[in-house]
Design a protein around this ligand. Structure first.
Ligand code: MN
Length: 493
């Protein structure tokens, strides 16, 4: 048996991602959408159209088209001026019409490219092949709810007809970590745009990596394995682990048998931590795509497109970068403020009142976040005005209140709106910055503590601390920073 040696190998992974859109109604009927109604009573979100009853006609959901275009714009895609709907025929119990309405040769979003930021801060361009809109199928269950074994399968059609955006990338991912990073960035993106809740455990996003490896053997000859696709992965951890497993499985299959495998669909078995063969890959002609005669094509004019572009605005990755480079925030601070649109908007409103970007960020990420956790709401729902946060930041920067006093002012603002200056006064938090009063207290402390003064002049830095303490104790609310500054100047003069 010839020995097969792997000199090196190159991994090529492309992704197909299905995103459920959070529209109120389904893709082609006014029936309530399952995505925002996860966990509804089985088969309660159905109507004649979802059931595929004769005589019913589909009507396109405009909002779903708008959401899809917004995602397409965010992924740098070309938006088609003209696209249409096609029937993808297959027979399965979760598809009552026996066809899925999808888009075949004229997808809504065409070629695009997206800058993915990797863990080490570098970026990688991911080419997007297309993104098209379709309807989801129902769910076939082989165990009864509660996990009870049954000898038949049961059907829940709530999910049938939910608007589904299918995004397809070129095979530009080289590692399982990149695949995961893209999945997470896409989740942030759809949440930021508000087009999907993006909750993995609710099936709002499902990932299908397709994987092959170019193996260079000991003689420098390249062997390309057949592309396999792992179906329906719905957690980031599984996405990364399944991809890593499948890469190694293909390489080992070649080493052991010399086989490059066949184009096929695989599943993931969490209990064994392994992928398993499901079936050879369907060919496109098996689906017998043809234009749906019941639906009119979608035409996107310039006015509609530019309106949608305006709604997309600045994307999280761009915002994060700007917060770091222009505002001097750390990566963690920038991510916490920029990943959610409402939080970022709140932050920027506060900044318009002219306070330090870093100070406002600190306040929002400490006290703002604490109050949001307590009230279980977002920053903009707290009821505190952005300009109040800016005013608190200014009070701290002008040494009018100590940074440690900010929490009490925030708490008071939750009860009623008032200028933080007034609140600090009422709570006795205003610091004395009157230099006359501070100097008098310093004189008194110096006179009362000759030994500490002598120690400091003899080189003992610690003596300054005890003198500062004595000054602070002698009067209420003295500004500690000013006290220390003026005390040091006095002793050094
Ligand atoms: Mn699909």
């Amino acid at each position: 048996m010839p020995e097969r040696v792997v000199q090196s190998y190159r991994v090529l992974v492309g992704m197909e991602i299905h995103v459920q859109l959070a529209t109120k109604s389904k893709m082609f009927t006014g029936c309530a959408n399952a995505a925002p109604n996860f966990g509804a009573e089985p088969n309660s979100l159905v109507d004649e159209q979802v059931l595929g009853l004769p005589g019913t006609l589909p009507v396109m959901n405009k909002k779903a088209v708008e959401y899809s275009i917004q995602v397409g714009l965010a992924l740098g895609c070309q938006i088609a001026k003209h696209s249409k709907w096609d029937r993808k025929s297959y027979y399965y119990p979760d598809l009552p019409k026996n066809y899925q309405i999808s888009q075949y040769d004229l997808p809504l979003c065409g070629e695009g490219s997206f800058e993915l930021t990797l863990e080490d801060g570098s970026t990688k361009t991911i080419r997007i092949r297309r993104a098209h809109l379709e309807e989801d199928a129902g769910k076939l269950l082989h165990d009864a709810p509660g996990g009870f074994k049954i000898d038949h399968s049961i059907l829940d059609l709530n999910r049938a007809g939910t608007p589904l955006l299918e995004i397809v990338t070129e095979p530009d991912f080289e590692t399982p970590e990149q695949v995961r990073a893209f999945g997470q960035e896409l989740q942030r993106l759809v949440q930021f745009l508000g087009v999907s809740e993006g909750q993995m455990q609710m099936g709002h996003m499902r990932f299908e990596p397709n994987i092959n490896v170019h193996i260079t053997d000991g003689d420098g000859k390249v062997h390309k394995t057949a592309i396999t696709e792992i179906k329906n992965l719905n957690s980031f951890s599984v996405l990364e682990r399944a991809t890593a497993y499948e890469i190694q499985r293909q390489i080992h299959e070649w080493i052991e048998t010399g086989s490059l495998g066949q184009k096929a669909t695989y599943g993931w078995d969490e209990s064994s931590g392994a992928t398993f063969f499901q079936r050879p890959k369907e060919k496109e002609q098996d689906y017998r795509y043809f234009p749906d005669p019941d639906l009119v094509p979608v035409d996107v004019d310039e006015a509609w497109l530019s309106e949608l572009k305006n709604q997309v605005g600045e994307l999280p990755a761009t915002r994060r970068k700007r917060y770091m480079t222009a505002l001097g925030l750390s990566e963690a601070e920038a991510a916490a403020l920029a990943n959610d649109r409402a939080t970022g908007d709140f932050y920027e409103k506060a900044l318009r009142h002219g306070s330090s970007a870093k100070r406002v960020a600190n306040l929002l990420l400490s006290h703002g976040r604490r109050l949001c956790n307590e009230k279980d709401c977002t920053l903009s729902e707290l009821g505190i005005l952005p300009e109040r946060v800016a005013e608190i930041a200014s009070l701290i920067d002008q040494n009018k209140i100590a940074a440690s006093a900010a929490g009490a002012v925030f708490d008071k603002l939750m009860e009623e709106d008032a200028p933080p200056d007034d609140i600090a006064k009422a709570l006795g938090l205003l610091q004395v910055s009157d230099t006359g009063a501070i100097d008098a207290a310093i004189e008194a402390a110096i006179a009362a503590n000759p030994k500490a003064v002598a120690d400091f002049k003899g080189g003992k830095q610690a003596a300054l601390g005890s003198l500062t303490g004595a000054v602070m104790k002698s009067a209420k609310g003295l500004n500690p920073k000013l006290v220390q500054e003026r005390l040091r100047a006095k002793l050094s003069s």
